[in-house]
Design a protein around this ligand. Sequence first.
Ligand code: CUA
Length: 160
Amino acid sequence: NYEKLWLIAAMLLIIGFIVTITYGSVGLGIAMIDDSEETIDPNALEDHERFGDLGVHQTGDGEYDVNIRAYQFNFEPGSSALGVHDPIVVPENSEVTLYVTSPDVIHSFSVVGTNANTMVVPGEISVMTVEFNEAREYGILCNEYCGSGHHGMEGVIEVV
Ligand code: CUA
């Protein structure tokens, strides 16, 4: 009976979509974006507990914090632009919380191919948690026009 066959075909299609969506999001890393209430003096980042200590810090089993300064026109760490190669390196199957702030103008921090995408505002701290389950490179981009070097403000996360 054809009606039953169509019903089964439609159900298989739906299951296929669900599997694709689930697999896709696991592979690409899902970000939880959470705006910190904390304010920060953009002119004294080096005196701040977190931003005086830039880079990757292990906080638990498979858990890492990364403290990043986004400035005209680089990410520190992360940058791959203007002759600087300073990738953010984290292990596969890790949960990584990115803390980003700016000492100068508004930027953004976007991990290409994931939903991790946030504005970076001087005086504020942007917080995102991303699960990286696949060993590969992810590009980082600034999506907010921030001046003459905006188009070259990019970087790399290496999941190894
Ligand atoms: Cu920073 Cu555009």
